[in-house]
Design a protein around this ligand. Structure first.
Ligand SMILES: Nc1ncnc2c1ncn2[C@@H]1O[C@H](COP(=O)(O)OP(=O)(O)O)[C@@H](O)[C@H]1O
Ligand SMILES: [Mg+2]
Length: 319
């Protein structure tokens, strides 16, 4: 496991990046501290993600998954340390990174045709295909092929299922041939069947292109068969390693700041705090903002408050 050092005990955080085996480094954090609004989200953290790795990014709500991705994009400056992408310090508008943000606002209501929607993300062609040059059009067809989305792309977004829209969002991320994909909670609001197909699609594309993927999720199990390593965030600390290295009682208890048990049942893994399954518990009130559930925010107050308080009290990850 990287963050704790491969030969160090699990309780000793390390902050210099440690080389893991595999391809060349795509993402390196070197003694990185991230702060937002006076709060420390990540403290003196180091790790390396290599080319061709599928990394599952996990951790309780508010642990910093989105903030980390935004920092890699150069949108949140590191208050200490250096973040490098392909050996270069981060910068905004890095063409070697493809990003799917967590908030996918109001896509479900869009009448725009799938192919035009994908083309809109192509650099400098915000107005879609009719005005795109031949190179952009070729890139759009390339990414649609990669996600098996040519047929979907004939239909308007409003007629697609959540899983089908995810396919096109993934296609958008692949425009311009990025080396690193940052996918922020692509599984939110999808049913288990569609979750499985999205994970498998990302895994296939990632392997075919040999690129690195950071795929955040609030549950480990849908990713279990596809990921190479897990990056688990909590209490300002990051643990990067294999499932067997990271999803353990000592590592997770440290990240959650309270005693955690790990149960394995029929090839699935459950992360428990007492008799509560923390991954589920932390997120069960969370809704997709782009899946047509316009009622989600009003409902948040009616059934969100008790879970929210419980989970905050249970794991003191706000440092
Ligand atoms: N713009 C902001 N200013 C201050 N705090 C923020 C801002 N955005 C997010 N946060 C806080 O930073 C923490 C990390 O948030 P986030 O990265 O969204 O976590 P995650 O994606 O793991 O749920 C949370 O406590 C959140 O409330
Ligand atoms: Mg997030």
């Amino acid at each position: 496991m990287t963050s704790t050092g491969r030969n160090a005990p699990a309780s000793a955080p390390a902050s210099a990046p440690t080389r893991a085996s595999g391809g060349a480094p795509v993402l390196e954090l070197d003694h990185v501290t991230l702060e937002l609004g006076g709060r420390t989200i990540l403290r003196d953290t180091g790790f390396v993600v290599n080319q061709g790795e599928f990394i599952g990014v996990l951790g309780p709500n508010g642990a910093g998954k989105t903030t980390l991705m935004r920092a890699v994009l150069g949108l949140v400056p590191a208050s200490q340390g250096v973040i490098r992408v392909l050996g270069q310090p981060v910068e905004r508008g890095n063409a070697s990174i493809g990003y799917m943000p967590q908030t996918r606002s109001a896509l479900a209501g869009r009448r725009v045709r799938g192919r035009d929607f994908v083309a809109m993300a192509a650099d400098g062609h915000r107005w879609g295909l009719p005005h795109a040059d031949a190179k952009t059009r070729a890139d759009v067809e390339r990414v649609l092929d990669l996600v098996g989305g040519r047929k979907l792309a004939e239909r308007p977004l409003s007629e697609l299922s959540g899983g089908e829209r995810q396919r096109l969002l993934l296609a958008q991320c692949l425009l311009g041939k990025p080396k690193l994909l940052l996918l922020d909670e692509p599984l939110i609001s999808l049913d288990p069947h569609h979750q499985k197909s999205v994970v498998e699609l990302v895994r296939n594309v990632q392997r075919e292109l040999g690129i690195a993927v950071l795929f955040s999720a609030h549950e480990l199990n849908p990713l279990l068969n596809s990921l190479d390593r897990v990056l688990y965030l909590g209490s300002g600390v990051a643990a990067l390693g294999t499932v067997d290295e990271v999803i353990t009682r000592p590592v997770l208890s440290r990240l959650y700041g309270s005693p955690i048990d790990v149960m394995r049942v029929n090839g699935r893994i459950f992360v428990m705090s007492g008799d509560v399954e923390v991954e589920k518990h932390d997120h069960e009130h969370e809704h997709d903002e782009g899946g047509g559930h316009s009622h989600s925010h009003s409902h948040g107050h009616s059934h969100g408050h008790s879970h929210q308080h419980d989970s905050r009290d249970g794991h003191t990850h706000d440092v």
